[in-house]
Design a protein around this ligand. Structure first.
Ligand code: GLP
Length: 259
């Protein structure tokens, strides 16, 4: 696992370089997209590079990570609407090139199976971007989720509903109780993974991810078995890491920035 520690714009630019490298090699890439505040600066950077004519997603495809169940189609907080507003509509994906789990599906279990099948049919995900929950969740894989889990219906942890109440006028009761989420096993099949975290609220989850016991109680620790993961952390999110890990990360950051 590679770790980069820096400040917001520097991290966004280094993370965007991963997209640029992949798209230069082959414009028909498949990207895994995440909602949440963590990827926003990366999306801003990617949109700026598309505007500048340096990058194009016109032949790429995308699959989002997760979706609430129980919100009406078109609700502003459906992840589908959020990812469209924050990223998809700002770059040049072809119409229909980005798919998300349908949170209004009459049969959520069938939708979950169809979603995994669609990812496989697209050839799998080349680059998955992730945030991390304060409880160590990735996508909506809450503590206890099996590391080989597939896309499925899940119940949200009380901590996650409390964290996400800020998007529902602070009203925790307005946050849906269930979701569809890519499984940890689904996420681990991505050929490359980048995870962004900022702020002291993520420090415990990041320390667990990097140096804690690998356990389903901290879902992100599953990433330790993946051969190509890069973490992009600000100093606060990295503050729970040991001095040795932070020293090594500083060296990796310098090397990445010098490129
Ligand atoms: C949500 C999403 C996750 C995201 C997490 C962290 O619950 N389902 O995919 O990583 O929140 O969000 P943020 O980046 O806003 O801290």
């Amino acid at each position: 696992m590679k770790i980069i520690i820096g400040e917001g714009q520097q991290l966004a630019s280094l993370a965007a370089d991963h997209y640029a490298r992949l798209l230069t090699e082959n414009p028909q890439r498949v990207f895994g997209l995440a909602t949440g505040s963590s990827p926003l600066r990366v999306y801003d950077e990617l949109a700026a590079r598309v505007d500048a004519g340096e990058l194009s997603f016109s032949q790429a495809r995308g699959f989002t990570l997760d979706e609430y169940l129980g919100l009406p189609a078109g609700h502003p907080e459906t992840y589908r609407r959020v990812i469209d507003a924050e990223f998809v509509s700002r770059v040049d994906f072809a119409p229909g090139a980005v798919r998300g789990p349908d949170g209004t599906a009459a049969d959520p279990d069938a939708e979950a199976r169809a979603y995994d099948a669609a990812i496989a049919e697209a050839g799998g995900i080349d680059l998955q971007i992730l945030g991390i929950g304060t409880n160590g969740h990735i996508a909506f894989n809450e503590p206890g989720a099996a590391f080989d889990s597939r896309t499925r219906r899940e119940e949200l942890a009380p901590q996650t509903r409390a964290d996400n109440a800020r998007f529902f006028d602070g009203d925790v009761d307005a946050v849906p109780t269930h979701c569809l989420t890519q499984g940890i096993g689904t996420i681990l099949e991505a050929r490359e993974i980048i995870l962004l975290a900022s702020g002291a609220g993520k420090a415990d989850a990041i320390a667990q991810l990097v140096e804690g016991e690998v356990t389903t109680l901290w879902p992100a620790t599953a990433l330790r078995s993946h051969p190509n993961v890069t973490l992009f952390l600000d100093a606060a999110a990295a503050s729970g890491l040991s001095a040795e890990v932070r020293d090594a990360a500083r060296a990796a950051t310098l090397a990445a920035t010098a490129r």
